[in-house]
Design a protein around this ligand. Sequence first.
Ligand code: MN
Length: 221
Amino acid sequence: MKNLLFILFLLIMENTAFAQFSQEPLPYAFDALEPSIDKATMEIHYGRHHKAYVDNLNKAVAGTAQEKMSIQDLQKSVTAQTPAAIRNNGGGVWNHTFFFNGMAPNAGGEPKGALGEAIKATWGSFDHFKDEFKKASLGRFGSGWVWLSVLDGKLVIQSTPNQDNPLMPVADIKGIPILSLDVWEHAYYLKYQNKRADYTDAYWNVVNWDRANNLYVKILK
Ligand code: MN
């Protein structure tokens, strides 16, 4: 029995040593964003897709310089020379944590505070901003992301392919994200099938504007 416990201890320690990056807990229940984002999609998206990015990133970084970085610093280290497994899985980990944390139950509505003012000043109205965001969502061919970011003190809507994000030096766009939408089919196909436009519309019911505003205010400081 003692030997068994010791072997178990060694196994746990070994796994801990490899698990440099861990999956942040989802800040709400799987069904909390119903009906806009359905329970089954959240279960698979978080429990399988996001988890796979974490597991595969841990395998990819073993023995590399990125192994000891924070997940945020890892994004800023991604250049054209970075192995695809680190770029794609590292992006997958950070992007999904950012996306999941950017939604909340009993959220949505219109943005308030400094961000609400800045959106109106930049796009004329919240509706026009949503139109432009939707264009970026529908304009992304294949898999990728839409971002609301701050670039040189101004708000911009951007899009990246695959698991790239604006923090990566290798990305064609630069900026500090305050909001994101996952437009990979795995993010919406179970409920919305091919209707990415409907999924994008539903996203506004669950956006955590308070968080986005807090990020915005911090960036501008
Ligand atoms: Mn995803």
